[in-house]
Design a protein around this ligand. Structure first.
Ligand SMILES: NC(=O)c1ccc[n+]([C@@H]2O[C@H](COP(=O)([O-])OP(=O)(O)OC[C@H]3O[C@@H](n4cnc5c(N)ncnc54)[C@H](OP(=O)(O)O)[C@@H]3O)[C@@H](O)[C@H]2O)c1
Length: 298
């Protein structure tokens, strides 16, 4: 954990949020907006330099950053331990699984997992499990970052990580479909916690410039100009974390529940990706906390 604390630990709002990928783009703006609302903000970044730069953008509020490369399950586990230590028995009101990657080439994590799958799917699955009890204590929320790209996406179930024939966009779209499916499965299995998939719309960030080459970089550089500012992209995750009234539905865009793709509503798909992640991360084959799901409120 980096010793980067501003102000006292308990914020004026007394609610605590953990945001992954809080060093740039939508995650950084989500962190700033929630700090502005008085949340105690815990951010996660993978580089000390970017964490320090991000911290310079907070005017006030209780903000602390943790260092972790989320492509590594070992680092996700260490992160969860540090967060728990820091919470010291207090509940976690929201976990925003925002960190995301777009790889135009096939690359593997240290543990041999395809990078888009490792960062966009395995890390949120594992972190949500490891922090489940902390979330439950606060009647908390899990917010997965999805995308309109999850529509019209078929899953290559026989080769989920696309190791045999990698297609960059297919890999990304699958991860954003899995974000909705996992949110639904969290709701089914996690008692006392409510999960959502937030679609920020097209947002002008550098996501497509970080781990891309050639045409993919050029295309994103062109496409992102039509996107909104990151602060606008942050509105839906901020709303879902901060709203005190119960929020219905799973897939949210423009601060409203929307209909998700038909494949995102398939129970066999959500169970299948859950079981796949359970094997991959060696956690969660059974429901933590004894099952029962939640009643859709909160
Ligand atoms: N931009 C869009 O149009 C759009 C549309 C729909 C959904 N989304 C989703 O929104 C989320 C945020 O994306 P963004 O557009 O704001 O992109 P971004 O600016 O690149 O932000 C992504 C964040 O994730 C972090 N990250 C990436 N790989 C990581 C790793 N291995 N370990 C730890 N952190 C890692 C990045 O860290 P660094 O700062 O160090 O790079 C950054 O903070 C993603 O899940 C994305 O799929 C974006």
């Amino acid at each position: 954990m980096l010793p980067c604390l501003r102000g006292d630990y308990v914020g004026a709002d007394d609610r605590t949020v953990l945001i992954t990928g809080a060093t740039s783009g939508i995650g950084l703006q989500t962190a700033r907006a929630l700090a502005g609302k008085g949340f105690t903000v815990m951010g996660v970044g993978r580089s000390k330099e970017r964490i320090e730069a991000a911290l310079g953008l907070f005017n006030d509020g209780d903000v602390r950053y943790f260092l972790a490369d989320l492509s590594s399950q070992r680092q996700v586990r260490r992160l969860a331990e540090e967060v728990k230590q820091h919470l010291d028995g207090r509940g976690l009101h929201a976990l925003i699984n925002n960190a995301g990657a777009f790889y135009s080439y096939y690359a593997l994590s240290d543990e041999g997992v395809e990078m888009q799958f490792a960062v966009n799917v395995a890390a949120p699955y594992l972190l949500s499990h490891l922090l489940y009890e902390d979330l439950k204590k606060a009647g908390g929320r899990i917010i997965m970052l999805s995308s309109a790209s999850h529509f019209r996406t078929l899953v290559r179930w026989k080769d989920i990580q696309l190791s045999r024939r990698y297609r960059q966009l297919k890999a990304y779209k699958q991860t954003k479909l899995f974000a909705v499916l996992l949110a639904r499965e969290f709701n089914r299995r996690f008692q006392g916690v409510r999960a959502f998939a937030a679609d920020p719309g097209l947002v002008n960030t550098e996501i497509g410039l970080k781990d891309t080459r050639g045409a993919a970089r050029l295309i994103w550089n062109y496409r992102r100009r039509r996107g909104t500012e990151a602060a606008a992209g942050a509105r839906t995750p901020v709303f879902l974390a901060a709203e005190t009234e119960p929020c219905e539905g799973v897939y949210w865009k423009d601060c409203r529940p929307k209909k998700a793709a038909r494949n995102a509503m398939r129970d066999d798909y959500s169970q299948r990706i859950w079981e796949y992640c359970a094997r991959l991360c060696a956690v969660g084959p059974e429901t933590p906390g004894g099952g029962g799901g939640n009643d859709g409120s909160g």
